[in-house]
Design a protein around this ligand. Structure first.
Ligand SMILES: [Zn+2]
Length: 235
């Protein structure tokens, strides 16, 4: 309550502006205004099936589903850049709540299984440099949105990076897949056996890292059902 009041005072003196359109934000808005959030290029469910990068040829254990919320284009590139390099943790929480929690809630329709949310890990030194893991910021926001809908959900760190891999930017899908082998490990965190586990990532290109994450999580929790969610999908 106190920090909320204090933030109100700070904002009266230094009003926050929307990252995208620079309009002054209301006290209920953070990082992005409602108009920019509403007009972000969302991937509808039909397009999501058509552009499902994970359904193709990569060899893996089967995750149950994969969805990304936004096209990686125009303003979304700015969001992702600011989230990754601009030290904007709050933006991650806002984006996770606004775009990822509805996808989780859709998957949970008719389900009564325990729900766990986790994030793709970043290497320790990257986390130190950045101050946070951008995928965890998204996951925390998604968690807030799901809880506000009255559903009991928990965050667990289920994955850790084991080695600093080469950047994947110049790799084709097969080499990306090989490059991720052994890069991720399951932590010893416990989750209910039959949990629905949502693994959150910021951007996906071929989806090979997320697929590897699904494989590692399923090895550690074979009775769980794994769902993969990304904020943005590169085309
Ligand atoms: Zn705006």
């Amino acid at each position: 309550m106190f920090s909320r009041g204090l933030s109100f005072l700070t904002r009266a003196v230094f009003p926050q502006r929307c990252l995208q359109c620079n309009v002054v934000l209301s006290v209920l808005e953070q990082s992005l205004c409602q108009f920019c959030l509403c007009s972000a290029p969302q991937i509808d469910s039909i397009a999501a099936q058509r552009t499902n990068v994970l359904s193709s040829t990569l060899p893996t254990a089967k995750p149950t589903s994969f969805r990304s919320a936004l096209y990686f284009t125009g303003p979304v590139e700015i969001y992702c850049y600011s989230l990754k390099y601009g030290g904007n943790y709050t933006l991650g929480v806002v984006l996770g709540k606004y775009f990822l929690s509805p996808l989780i809630l859709k998957t949970l329709e008719g389900q009564r299984r325990p729900v766990v949310v986790t994030a793709m890990p970043v290497h320790l030194w990257r986390r130190f440099k950045r101050g946070y893991n951008q995928s965890e910021a998204l996951a925390r926001g998604a968690l807030q949105g799901v809880r506000e809908a009255g559903i009991d959900v928990h965050y667990r760190t289920l994955l850790k990076k084991t080695a600093h891999r080469k950047s994947q930017i110049h790799f084709d899908p097969f080499h990306r897949w090989s490059n991720t082998k052994g890069a991720l490990q399951a932590t010893k965190k416990r989750v209910p056996k039959d949990a629905l586990i949502f693994i959150i990532d910021d951007t996906v290109t071929t989806g090979s890292s997320l697929m590897r994450a699904a494989e590692v999580v399923l090895q550690a929790h074979p009775k769980a059902e794994v769902h993969l969610l990304a904020l943005a999908q590169e085309l």
